[in-house]
Design a protein around this ligand. Structure first.
Ligand SMILES: Nc1nc2c(ncn2[C@@H]2O[C@H](COP(=O)(O)OP(=O)(O)O)[C@@H](O)[C@H]2O)c(=O)[nH]1
Ligand SMILES: [Mg+2]
Length: 306
């Protein structure tokens, strides 16, 4: 660490080392450049930072060119992916569940790039991705391996096994799955009851739906949300004590208050000394706890710096 570096510079440097993506790195480097020590002894440091900045900018430009028109998917906290044969109704479902406007086509149409939409349900933003059909050359297994939940869309029961087999690997085996039996409007209640019995007997987590009549859609939204093993924490901002953020912070199970602080305050979480928590993780409202405290779903957190 350079002598006499400004605290803001030190924070920026930490951000640089903790950056997950090139864009984050670039931002941190920009911050470092604007706050780096100006004295003569730091000349080598300044040169070094400028060199890193220039190189990173070049790398980003090259990457952009290489990826061509292919959409980069920035993974959100909750990501589910639609998988199924052509014509099973994936695009229709993406349109029903989210704000996306994919092309719906009759038989033979193939999506060549993933389509992305956001499902807003109970204060959570769930990213839903519509993949090109499994059999196509555009099918990207990497996206499936990264997703949190797999949504298997079928029109017939006997499509389930081959679809699951086609994506089976070490990563996908443990992922939560929802079997979505689409086009329920085509069947009589009695037939639907039989389909439901069969899916139950196979111990599938499933929903029987129709994107035309919207039957089963609300239940499906609930199943999708429940499939994420995440914890929602609501935060009150220091200084704005009465204001509760409507959008929860989404965390992995067993996360601590330190993780919450990192997510909202980024490099500044070290300044937080304690928190007051109300909710399932506490014995009583506004319990004063340290940053090692493990949060539970629906906790309300208020951070204090001194
Ligand atoms: N009867 C019926 N047809 C549907 C339903 N959902 C989608 N379809 C039709 O199935 C065809 C394929 O739909 P699409 O969403 O493009 O399927 P994808 O190839 O999986 O993306 C289209 O003609 C849709 O209108 C549904 O719930 N009921
Ligand atoms: Mg489609």
């Amino acid at each position: 660490m350079p002598i006499n570096a400004h605290p803001e510079y030190i924070d920026a440097e930490k951000e640089y080392h903790g950056a997950a993506t090139n864009d984050e790195k670039l931002k941190a480097l920009e911050k470092m450049m604007s706050t780096m020590p100006k004295h003569k002894g730091a000349e080598t440091l300044r040169k070094n930072i400028r060199r890193r900045y220039k190189k990173l900018k070049q790398d980003i430009a090259i990457k952009k060119k290489k990826s061509g028109s292919k959409k980069g998917i920035k993974k959100q906290d909750m990501q589910a992916i639609l998988i199924g044969l052509t014509n099973s109704g994936k695009s229709s479902l993406l349109k029903t569940l989210t704000n996306a406007k994919p092309q719906i086509a009759s038989y033979g149409f193939t999506t060549t790039e993933p389509e992305i939409g956001t499902l807003n349900h109970k204060g959570c933003s769930i990213q839903i991705i519509d993949m090109p059909p499994i059999a196509s050359e555009h099918f990207d297994k990497g996206i499936i391996n990264n997703a949190d939940t797999l949504l298997i869309v079928v029109e017939k029961i006997d499509e389930i096994k081959p679809t699951l087999d086609a994506i089976k690997n070490k990563e996908t085996t443990s992922k939560p799955k929802v079997i979505i039996f689409n086009k329920a409007d085509l069947y009589l209640p009695e037939t639907k009851r039989k389909i439901s019995e069969t899916l139950k007997s196979k111990r599938h987590n499933f929903a029987i739906i129709s994107t035309i009549t919207n039957e089963g859609i609300e239940e499906l939204k609930e199943k999708i949300l429940k499939s994420f093993k995440f914890v929602r924490v609501y935060t009150k901002h220091p200084g704005k004590r009465d204001k509760l953020d409507k959008t929860p912070i989404i965390l992995k199970p067993k996360s601590t208050l330190k993780d919450v602080a990192e997510k909202i305050l980024h490099g500044y979480s070290k300044k937080v000394k304690y928190a007051k928590v109300t909710g399932p993780s506490c014995k009583f409202p506004n319990q004063k706890v340290g940053l090692k405290h493990k949060v539970k779903d629906k906790d309300i957190v208020e951070f204090f710096t001194e």
